[in-house]
Design a protein around this ligand. Structure first.
Ligand code: SAM
Length: 242
């Protein structure tokens, strides 16, 4: 099955980056197709039907406060046009659920993903509510606990994390099984030639050729790294917090 990805944004030029690297290759193959839409193309008319020469996509927030909010009527026209019946609507938001490897894996199985990239103070909350009520899966997801200027950077990161999990995308399928977050732990440290560099030597065990002991060492390194850097990921039996 070929995955279809649609992105709706006021900065379509941002997504030239999708042509680069592995994702660029996959786009030319049977695995994934991407379409980028300019939200302003759906803002040619105001809600009352009169022409809007400014192609306005935002308005002042009800209840007052700083900044502008993206208009639901404009988003509604765009999403009605772009979302297919089996599509999943992904709305990047710092107030969303954490975007994790598990969520990326789930989304990699969807026939269509539509990324709605917010700007300003974000998209009118009724947009997510409306499409969820209409029976669509709507995922408001956050890249991390910080605030970006817009959803474009988040969408690119999410698209890369999701598409590399599509079977056939990676040249070496094993590489996605062994990496950080695949089994809930961070990855072990990796080394390549030369075995000695600027006074730093590769751990002897990796040069031993003893596969079982190397696997044991790597697992111990995974636990140690995770305990040190991300104790929140560890189960209680391993000294973690959950
Ligand atoms: N007022 C919003 C809040 O406090 O939750 C922040 C809006 S932010 C300036 C504008 C847009 O950037 C958001 O609508 C979202 O699309 C995107 N964005 C910002 N931070 C993000 C994050 N951590 N993860 C995903 N998207 C983010």
């Amino acid at each position: 099955m070929r995955m279809r990805i649609d992105v709706v944004t006021i900065f379509p030029e941002f997504f030239g980056v999708l042509d680069v690297s592995l994702l660029g290759k996959a786009r030319q193959s049977e695995l994934v197709e991407t379409h980028v839409h300019d939200l302003r193309d759906y803002a040619a008319f105001k809600a009352d039907g009169s022409p809007d020469v400014h192609r306005t996509v935002d308005d002042a927030p009800f209840g007052g406060g700083a900044g502008m909010v993206m208009k639901p009527d404009v988003w509604g026209k765009a999403l009605d046009d772009v979302l297919k019946p089996t599509g999943v609507l992904v709305i990047p938001s710092p107030a969303g659920v954490p975007f994790t490897q598990a969520l990326a894996a789930e989304l990699s199985e969807a026939p269509q993903l539509v990324f709605a990239c917010g700007r300003y103070e974000g998209i009118d909350a009724r947009v997510a509510e409306h499409y969820a009520q209409d029976g669509y899966r709507v995922v408001e997801a956050s890249l991390g606990d910080y605030v970006l200027n817009g959803g474009e950077v988040a969408a690119v990161a999410m698209i890369e994390a999701i598409t590399r999990l599509i079977p056939g995308f990676m040249g070496n399928a094993q590489s996605i099984v062994e990496e950080s977050h695949a089994d809930g732990l961070l990855e072990y440290p990796s080394y390549t030639r030369p075995a000695s560099w600027r006074g730093l030597d590769v751990p002897d065990i990796l040069l031993s050729g003893h596969h079982a002991r190397i696997a044991e060492w790597r697992h111990a390194q995974q636990l140690e790294r995770t305990r040190e850097r991300r104790p929140d990921l560890l189960p209680p039996a391993e000294g973690g917090a959950w």
